[in-house]
Design a protein around this ligand. Sequence first.
Ligand code: G3H
Ligand code: 13P
Ligand code: ZN
Length: 330
Amino acid sequence: MTNYKDLGLVNSREMFSKAVTGGYAIPAYNFNNMEQLQAIIMACVETKSPVILQVSKGARDYANINILKNMARGATEYAHELGCDIPVVLHLDHGDSFKTAKDCIDNGFSSVMIDGSHFPYEENVALTKQVVEYAHKFDVTVEGELGVLAGIEDDVVAEHSTYTQPEEVIDFVSKTGVDSLAISIGTSHGANKFKPEQCTRNADGVLIPPPLRFDILEEIEKQLPGFPIVLHGSSSVPQVFVKMINDNGGHLENSVGIPEEQLRKAAKSAVCKINIDSDARLAMTATVRRVFNEKPGEFDPRKYLGPARAALKEMYMEKNINVLGSANHA
Ligand code: G3H
Ligand code: 13P
Ligand code: ZN
């Protein structure tokens, strides 16, 4: 059993209460490898932002939980070395079972998500409650989910989103005891969040997605005043990276994300955690492709992963400062 406090981590409770009252959101960035983690920590230290390091089931399978745990310890020590002990959470993203959540808690995670959103309501309640009861023994915070996002969540594929029903949230939160709630108001996972037929096009032919359902968010806030709300699927899919990928031999079509001004608006509300993964994948891929294209003789991984890490750092800083508003809140 590893206690997260011994890794220099914190749970999300205080972070969220400050974010809700302060009108900003904590960045929740997924990581799978060292360069991503270094970029996240460098960016969050430089912008003095708290941060949630997210590990999906896919990341666990890819990187190994022992390695990830010790990377998180390294991350807190690295932040200290860089001169700012920012609050760092290690969070399980889209936990699929009690066993997965328990395994993460026992391995030093300070926060877990249990995603029972694709189960019938009562099953979601029972599973979430079981995880909360175990997690709270160790002061680990728990995120639950109500409503289903369109797109792919690990192995679960949903064709259409099912918006969160505001009339269910009080019952869910009181029966389960969760510390935060992920909701579905029109975001979705991946780099192709909307089908072209759901979008309009501006004068330059750029796809404009349908707006998020802020009316549902407002209703949820009325039901649960001050309660921490989480938005998944919140990459903005910067077209500069999409173009860079396509200009350097890639092929991405109809990739469209959540406009930044809508995320800014959400961050000012009860939304206090915003999940971003795809944008980092795009930034890394775009940079690596460009290096390969410009320097076909390059075969030292540091010469393409280094520039990818620099691009990631810049992107994370930009998000903390201009989108989430988390800068200077560490
Ligand atoms: O919500 C999904 C995240 O983007 C994680 O994706 O399971 O491929 O690591 P992954
Ligand atoms: P994106 O695919 O929009 O980056 O969302 C990531 C996410 O929600 C991780 O849980
Ligand atoms: Zn997600």
